[in-house]
Design a protein around this ligand. Structure first.
Ligand code: FES
Length: 386
């Protein structure tokens, strides 16, 4: 027989054990690492909403009038074609899977190597599909973290990619306020990180090694990055120069062992975009007599539709038709150990630094006319701290 007191004591003891279990298993995070990226549809049903959000984002595309109406019209028109492409790569984008894995591996390493700010917790913040940037911010505030590192997953900064995500971070805090207890800081670009270059060089070396010896030396390394409307380039977007920097560092690591070229992919619409374009370049190189190509997606840190469909299916088909005998595609960094070393090193240095936000981010493009950029940069300058 148990007394009433021993029963109460038993229940309390069980609760304490449960609490101790959860406190040891899921410690309260101190530092949030917010992994910003554009995201991709998880299934074909999400394609329309995803395209609609991109087409109505004025940081990406500016129509001279009726942005919402035109954006909606273009999204509707493009949906079937884009849905077909997602079906052909398995029904959805793997970007969430990779970003989660990268975030988990990063935070585990940070807990060990930078215990001062541990425990760290990753939060995925996508711009155009759930989990959205705003959701990540709501969650980290709910978790009561002391510090949030906003970490752009685009190594090379563009106002249309990192800039758009950061403007969204600003809009969230503008509308909801920011607590004095939250330390906010930003990693906005890392195109010249030596370990990133080493990671790409390693991946390229491996692909070159797998080529037959007689073509290896002359194989052309074709670095391919997402293109940008020329209007954005002429506005002063730093993306083309930052991509060029990564390419040069990778080739330096490879000791300029092969011929190489930087080309640009994924142009949409009739307006002029930055070239030369990847598909047209492959055709021209075939005419010039090139037989072997190694294609490197230099501005993507994980696989998504631009690598899995545009390069692996469409480009390979075009190249074969044009007469290229061997075409290999270097994988995106994904969970490559050197890539994880890169992001760990970046965040560690950022946390130790005295630079919560880079002066470059606070400076607008010379011809920027976006009123949100004016507000967001001013706000980041005022509120970011480490
Ligand atoms: Fe580049 Fe506004 S468009 S800072």
């Amino acid at each position: 027989m148990f007394s009433k007191h021993s029963l109460i004591f038993g229940v309390l003891a069980r609760k304490c054990t449960q609490f101790a279990y959860y406190s040891t298993k899921v410690p309260k995070p101190k530092t949030a690492i917010v992994m910003l990226n554009m995201g991709g549809p998880q299934c074909v049903d999400q394609v329309y909403d995803y395209l609609h959000r991109i087409m109505t984002d004025r940081d990406v595309i500016q129509f001279p009038f009726a942005q919402d109406m035109l954006g909606e019209w273009i999204a509707k028109r493009r949906t079937p074609e884009v849905q077909k492409k997602y079906s052909e790569i398995g029904g959805g984008s793997p970007i969430l899977k990779w970003t989660k894995l990268q975030g988990d591996l990063l935070c585990k390493r940070l807990d060990k190597e930078h215990p001062e700010t541990a425990p760290h917790k990753p939060y995925v913040g996508f711009r155009y599909v759930s989990p959205f940037t705003e959701e990540a911010l709501v969650n980290l505030i709910r978790d009561g973290v002391e510090r949030a590192v906003i970490f752009s997953q685009y190594p090379q900064y563009s106002c249309a990619t990192s800039g758009s995500s950061l403007n969204m971070v600003y809009k969230y805090f503008r509308d909801n306020g920011i607590s004095n207890d939250l330390k906010l800081s930003i990693i906005d670009r890392w195109s010249v990180h030596p370990l990133l270059a080493k990671c790409f060089a390693e991946l390229i070396r491996k692909e070159l090694q797998s080529l037959p010896e007689d073509v290896r030396k002359d194989a052309l390394i074709l670095f391919s990055a997402h293109s940008l409307p020329l209007k954005a380039v002429n506005r002063g977007d730093s993306y083309p120069s930052e991509v060029g920097c990564t390419v040069q560092l990778v080739m330096w690591d490879l000791q300029y062992c092969n011929p190489y070229q930087l080309v640009w992919q994924s142009k949409v619409g009739p307006l002029p975009w930055l070239g030369p374009f990847t598909d047209q370049s492959v055709k021209s190189y075939a005419q010039q007599g090139k037989k072997a190509l190694v294609v490197v997606p230099i501005a993507f840190v994980n696989e998504h539709i631009e690598t899995l469909h545009e390069l692996d299916i469409e480009l390979v088909e075009d190249a074969k038709k044009a007469g290229i005998e061997i075409i290999r595609r270097v994988p995106a960094p994904n969970d490559h150990p050197l890539f994880i070393d890169t992001i760990v090193d970046l965040v560690k240095h950022h946390l130790k630094s005295n630079l919560p936000v880079s002066p470059k981010l606070l400076n607008r493009c010379p011809h920027c006319e976006n009123p949100i950029c004016i507000e967001s940069k001013k706000w980041f300058g005022q509120y970011c701290r480490l």
